[in-house]
Design a protein around this ligand. Structure first.
Ligand code: ACO
Length: 325
C-alpha cells in the first residue's frame, strides 16, 4: 500500500528582524517581560516583495527543488493561511501563477494555527485515493499586517514567514500514520480577527477595535496546553506508540511556556522537541512547516523516525499527527 510521504521541504522568512529591544520603543514592554513570558526574542516582518504569496512561492520553490519535482507536475496546491493576500482569489492561485504550477487545482485552507496540520490531513486523503498525485502544501502568514502594533498584549507574539512541503505516495515507507483533528467554534471569541471593513453585526460593540487580532491570552494558554496534550495522547494511543519511541516532536510554535507545559505533561524531553519560537515568534499556519524544514535541513530527521506534530489555534482548532519519516 502507498503512504503519504514528504518528498521535499522549504521555507522562506522575510529579511527584516524585529527584536524585543525594537518593541520596547513601540509599546510599554521590556525584553525581560517578553522573554520570560513567551521565549520570543526576534520575529521577522514582511516588507516589499515579501507578501503572503511571495513568501509562499519562495518556500514552495525550495521544497520542489529538494523533491526534484517540477512545479508543472503538481496536481494539487493548498495554501494554509489566515492572512491571505486578498479575499479572492486565493493565495494558492497567486502561488500557482508565480511558480508555474499550471497543472494543479488550487485553494486556500483556513484553520488558523492548525492550518498546516489540517492541510496535511486533506493532502493525505487525496494521495491515499490517488497515490500518483503530487501535492504542494504551503503554510504562509503575514500576521504583521493584522496585529495592532499599539497593543502590547498581542503585538509581541507574532511574526511572518512561510514553509512548504511536497507530498506524494510511496510504497514501503510509513508516511502519515494517523491524525486527530478537532474544532470548537463555541470558543471563537477567545481568539479572533475580524475582516477589514467588516460590517459584521456580531462585532458591532467591538467595532472600534478594528480588524486586528483579538485574544484572551490566559484562556488561550489554558485551552492550548490541555487540547494539545489530549490530541497527542490520542494519536499515540491509537498507534500504540510510546512517548520514548518519538524521534522528534514538531509542535506549533506559539510560546515557550505553552511548549514547556506540554513537554512536562507528556513527559517528552526538550532535546526531542524542535523549538524555534525564539527566532520567529508565532507564525501561525507557517510555524510547523518552517520548523520541519529547519529540522530536515539540519539532518535531524532520519528514515524510519516517528515524527509527531501538534497544533492549536483560533476557532478553536487543534490536532496532532504521527508520521514515519
Ligand atoms: N509587556 C509588559 N507587560 C505586559 C505585556 C507586555 N508585552 N503584555 C501584557 N502585559 C501585562 C498585562 O497588561 C498585565 O498587567 P496588569 O497585571 O497590570 O493588568 C500583566 O502583564 C499580566 O498579564 P497577563 O495577560 O495575565 O499575562 P500572562 O502571564 O497570562 O501572559 C501571555 C500573557 C504571554 C499572552 C500568555 O497569556 C500567553 O502566552 N497566552 C497564550 C497566547 C498565545 O500564545 N496566543 C497565540 C495564538 S494561539 C496559539 O498559537 C496557540
Amino acid at each position: 500500500m502507498d503512504h503519504t510521504v514528504v518528498l521535499g521541504t522549504g521555507s522562506c522568512l522575510p529579511d527584516r528582524k524585529l527584536t524585543n529591544a525594537d518593541l520596547e520603543k513601540m509599546v510599554d514592554t521590556s525584553d525581560e517581560w517578553i522573554t520570560t513570558r513567551t521565549g520570543i526574542r526576534t520575529r521577522r516582518i514582511a516588507g516589499k516583495g515579501e507578501q503572503n504569496y511571495q513568501l509562499a512561492s519562495r518556500a514552495a520553490e525550495k521544497a520542489l527543488a529538494m523533491a526534484g519535482v517540477e512545479a508543472a507536475d503538481i496536481d494539487l496546491l493548498i495554501v494554509a493561511t489566515l492572512t491571505p493576500h486578498m479575499m479572492m482569489p486565493s493565495s494558492a492561485c497567486f502561488v500557482q501563477a508565480e511558480i508555474g504550477a499550471t497543472g494543479a487545482f488550487a485553494f486556500d485552507l483556513n484553520a488558523a494555527c492548525s492550518g498546516f496540520l489540517y492541510g496535511l490531513d486533506v493532502a493525505d486523503k487525496y494521495i491515499t485515493g490517488r497515490p500518483d498525485m503530487k501535492v504542494l502544501l504551503v503554510g504562509s502568514e503575514t500576521l504583521s499586517a493584522r496585529v495592532n502594533w499599539q497593543d502590547r498584549n498581542t503585538c509581541i507574539l507574532f511574526g511572518d514567514g512561510a514553509g512548504a512541503v511536497v507530498l506524494g505516495g510511496e510504497r514501503g515507507r510509513g508516511g502519515v500514520l494517523a491524525s486527530h483533528l478537532f474544532s470548537d467554534g463555541r470558543l471563537w471569541r477567545l481568539l479572533y480577527m475580524d475582516s477589514p471593513e467588516s460590517l459584521n453585526p456580531d462585532l458591532v460593540q467591538e467595532s472600534r477595535k478594528g480588524c486586528h487580532l483579538q485574544m484572551t491570552g490566559r484562556d488561550v494558554f489554558k485551552y492550548a496546553v490541555r487540547a494539545m496534550e489530549d490530541a497527542v495522547a490520542g494519536v499515540l494511543a491509537e498507534q500504540k506508540v510510546a512517548v520514548d519511541e518519538i524521534g522528534l516532536m514538531i509542535p506549533h510554535q506559539a510560546n515557550i511556556r505553552i511548549l514547556n507545559k506540554l513537554m512536562d505533561r507528556l513527559g517528552i524531553p526538550e532535546e526531542k522537541v524542535y523549538i524555534n519560537v525564539d527566532k520567529y515568534g508565532n507564525t501561525s499556519a507557517a510555524s510547523i512547516p518552517i520548523a520541519l524544514d529547519e529540522a530536515n535541513r539540519q539532518g535531524l530527521l532520519h528514515r524510519g523516525d516517528k515524527i509527531l506534530f501538534c497544533s492549536f489555534g483560533g476557532g478553536f482548532t487543534w490536532g496532532s499527527m504521527l508520521m514515519q519519516w
